[in-house]
Design a protein around this ligand. Structure first.
Ligand code: GLU
Length: 281
């Protein structure tokens, strides 16, 4: 098997030390195995994407000595593939339209006494899962704005027990419904992270998905989607995260740790990669 890894940043800010580390791990892994390293811009959220960030990402990677193979792809060019995958899940009866506003969800949590909690925060309380088919159709025909959610319990029945392999953590059993009925197509943009990432990792023939451990919970959803869509199962490596001096995960607002800033201050690529490695916990 030829190893293929990728780096999949969202062009919504400047790359920082955390990105340098993640891209470096994925790149070095591919090179050590004589494989390929690919770049994918996850640019579906148009409200946060800025054109200059695409160029900034590519410039920073090149400066760091991280070269990708072939053309970088942009998710905004891949919409038809996400729509087709959603259609497939719709035909299987495993997704449902959700018309809820944020406020309606909050009101439901209040009614329930407490929101059901997931590892990433409160879970969708399932309001629209209970709608009758004719009501769904009526509202869609009337042009009511809606997202599409995965029916996580129905999905787990369809898949049966699943697991995935992580090079750091070993075999991990998929926990059905860990993140609840996640959104697979957002109301505002018509697509969403979980489905796009799974479709694109298969499209780019990624054999090893290397990314931060903050995405470990998402992999439970991704493995489920891969199985349902009949896509190959990659191996995972969820690496530890670069943290700031307070031990907190870096956010894009940490401008002082942006690669571009460090470069302007005269740091060398080697120094930046060393700084990143030293800040991993
Ligand atoms: N685009 C995601 C991010 O910037 C990463 C997606 C992934 O590696 O699966 O955090």
């Amino acid at each position: 098997m030829t190893v293929r890894t990728r780096f999949a940043p969202s062009p919504t800010g400047k790359l920082h030390l955390g990105h340098a580390y993640s891209a470096g791990v994925a790149h070095d892994f591919a090179r050590e195995h004589g494989g390929s390293f690919l770049l994918r811009h996850e640019d579906i959220d148009g409200s946060r994407v800025r054109e200059e960030y695409f160029a900034g990402i590519e410039e920073d990677l090149q400066w760091l000595g991280i070269r990708w193979d072939g053309e970088a792809i942009r998710q905004t060019n891949r919409r038809a593939a996400y729509d087709a995958a959603l259609d497939q899940l719709r035909t299987m009866g495993l997704v449902y339209p959700c018309f809820c506003t944020r406020r309606e969800i909050q009101e439901e949590w209040a009614r329930m006494g407490a929101a059901p909690q997931g590892p990433e925060g409160p879970l969708y309380p399932g309001i629209c899962r209970k709608l009758a088919e004719d009501e769904r159709e009526e509202r869609i025909d009337a042009g009511d704005a809606h997202a599409w959610r995965l029916d996580s319990m129905a999905a787990s029945k369809a898949t049966g027990p699943l697991d995935f392999r992580d090079l750091r953590f070993g075999r991990i059993r998929v926990e059905p419904g860990l993140l609840g009925d996640v959104v697979l197509a957002r109301k505002d943009i018509g697509c969403a992270y979980h489905l796009a990432v799974v479709v694109d990792d298969a499209f780019q023939e990624i054999t090893h998905v290397i990314r931060g451990e903050d995405l470990l919970t998402s992999t439970h959803v991704h493995r489920t989607l891969q199985f349902l869509l009949g896509l190959p199962e990659p191996v995972y490596l969820h690496h530890a995260l670069v943290v700031d001096e307070d031990g907190k995960r870096l956010a894009k607002r940490h401008d002082s740790l942006a690669i571009a800033t460090l470069r302007e201050r005269g740091c060398s690529p080697e120094e930046v990669r060393k700084m990143a490695n030293a800040a991993v916990h």
